[in-house]
Design a protein around this ligand. Structure first.
Ligand code: ME8
Length: 524
């Protein structure tokens, strides 16, 4: 199961609630999925990258009521904002699913029916009708045990997330989650890569070891949801109709040879934030077990962004819209910044000061400067064409080897979602190229050893080509420009072309160089 050798890769993001405008937290998860999808495509795999919006439930119904429009109108408007975000940040998602679409409703009902037919590990029906009385947080769309709650400032109770909870009492269908604890614990043991990073895995294991209660999976006190098959007074718990999106987008319940479901399920990677790990690693696998469907290979939960040291919140007015970042810093600068700034999995703080520092250091002074120096020297001294190399010296081979083997060297980190390690490895080649250019001073070789100058500039151009190829997943637009400036043909931009298979051909004409990343001058 883990480490399987199939050449497909299915990566998903959470589907976002449409009660909110997109902010950098949402952009972050989808960006990580986009980088992942682009990597696997460049490695020649059959990729499906899914994102979308979560549109049912009480929280969305309340936001629509507050806006004075119907839930459907409300969701149509706000879902579009999330779709626009995918364009704005140049996300390469293959599909965008909305839970209000007929395909999601059909899949949710089919999953319900499969679960309703099932017998749980303790020999009883997996779904039964009862009555729920307990605490519910609309903001989290989650049920909480009394023991998990804290006292709020105004005498009310708060969930661990800080969301206010209310007492709910109503008829409800239940999923017999309590019977799945042992199966889940056995799963975490058998599949140590399933829940990552390991801190999350430990958290989930102890949650399950603490004992699971049956889960209320339908509501009767509002109607903005998917009707329960055969008992339409009930709508499904919003998380059930949300989680099913991952298979609904593959055409479930349609299965069989040649179907998208057979081609892509199980998911290779569900990327989520740390707030929703429980839903993806306890509820979702238990639902799938009950329905006798294969389980996802991996769920990775990344950390939380704060802004200039503070929690992002509407009331503090410090919510950062991704469009603001793109306007201030540029598209690929924003993409690089978000992926490079924080080890993936850790919490991180966004500040304009460190954003500017990173963009200038990594991009303007880093790869941007290396490209500008190399391409300008070639333009001036090599008749604006790829230079002719002579024999490679040891130091040439060392740099070329490091550049050519970049994909091989970062693949393991990519599989672990260590994007910052991937970038660190790429930047160590940039640093190697910087010291190579200074050591060899090709500008001075023009007078002393013109043949060696050609070799040095060729090695640098080849290194830039490799850097351009491996950085495409992070900065697709700018790296396409870099590869254009090196006259790399469109069919030689994937990882198969990284080594000598795609080497630049001496004598190929090169266009005049253009700066890749302007330096940002800090406004005082
Ligand atoms: O939970 N830092 O939707 P949601 C980092 N609809 N990531 C953040 C973030 C922050 N400050 N804020 C949000 C839901 N996120 C459900 C999901 S999936 C079947 C249903 C990201 O709109 C992070 O990925 O509340 C988090 O898990 C997600 O947005 C929550 O989005």
């Amino acid at each position: 199961m883990s480490g399987n050798s199939t050449q497909k890769f299915f990566v998903t993001t959470p589907i976002y609630y449409v009660n909110d405008q997109p902010h950098i937290g949402h952009a972050y998860t989808t960006l990580a999925a986009d980088v992942t999808a682009r990597f696997h495509r460049l490695a020649g795999r059959d990729v499906f990258f899914l994102t979308g919006t979560d549109e049912h439930g009480q929280k969305v119904a309340q936001s629509a009521a507050a806006a004075g429009i119907t839930p459907q109108q409300f969701t149509d408007n706000v879902s579009q904002n999330f779709r626009d975000l995918t364009k704005l940040l140049n996300f390469s998602n293959d599909d965008f699913i909305r839970t209000t679409e007929p395909r999601n409703i059909a899949a949710a009902q089919a999953l319900w029916q499969a679960m309703a037919k099932a017998v749980s590990p303790d020999g009883q029906p997996a779904i039964y009708l009862g009555s729920y009385s307990g605490w519910y947080a609309v903001r989290d769309e989650a049920f909480y045990d009394e023991a998990e709650l804290n006292d709020g400032p105004d005498g009310g109770k708060l969930a661990p997330s800080g969301a206010p909870v209310a007492w709910v009492e109503e008829p409800s269908y239940f999923f017999r989650l309590s019977a799945y604890g042992d199966a889940l614990l056995a799963l975490y043991e058998a599949e140590p890569d399933l829940v990552a990073p390991s801190s999350r895995r430990n958290e989930i294991k102890s949650f399950v070891k603490g004992g699971l209660r049956d889960l209320s999976i339908s509501r009767t006190s509002f109607s903005w949801g998917v009707p329960v098959p055969g008992d339409e007074k009930h709508v499904m718990y919003v998380w059930l109709d949300a989680l099913v999106n991952y298979i609904a987008a593959l055409g479930f319940p349609e299965k069989g040879e040649g179907s998208p479901y057979d081609r892509f399920w199980p998911a290779d990677l569900h990327l989520v934030g740390k707030d929703i790990v429980r839903f993806h690693t306890v509820y979702w696998p238990a639902f799938l077990m009950a329905a006798n469907l294969p389980l996802p290979q991996r769920v990775f939960a990344h950390g939380w962004w704060t802004i200039e040291g503070q929690k992002m919140s509407k009331s503090l007015g410090n919510v950062i819209a991704p469009s603001q970042l793109v306007e201030t810093y540029g598209l690929d600068q924003t993409r690089h910044l978000l992926m490079a700034e924080v080890p993936f999995g850790n919490d991180g703080d966004f500040s304009h000061k460190s954003a500017i520092r990173r963009i200038n250091a990594d991009l303007a002074n880093g790869i941007g400067n290396l490209a500008q120096r190399t391409l300008t020297l070639i333009q001036k001294n090599c008749e604006a064409a790829v230079p002719e190399p002579g024999q490679f010296a040891d130091q040439d081979k060392i740099l070329l080897d490091a550049a050519y083997s970049l994909y091989r060297n970062v693949e393991a980190d990519l599989r672990l979602q260590s994007f910052h390690e991937v970038l660190r490895a790429i930047w160590s080649v940039i640093a190697g190229a910087d010291s190579y250019i200074d050591r060899n001073a090709p500008w001075a070789l023009k007078k002393t050893d013109i043949a060696r100058m050609g070799t040095v500039l060729y090695v640098l151009a080849e290194t830039l080509r490799a850097l351009g190829i491996v950085l495409q997943p992070f900065m697709p637009e700018t790296m396409a420009r870099l590869l254009d400036q090196l006259a790399v043909p469109a069919d030689k931009r994937d990882f198969a072309a990284l080594g000598e298979a795609g080497s630049l051909v001496p004598g190929t004409a090169l266009p005049p160089p253009q700066g890749l990343f302007p330096r940002i001058v800090e406004a005082e």
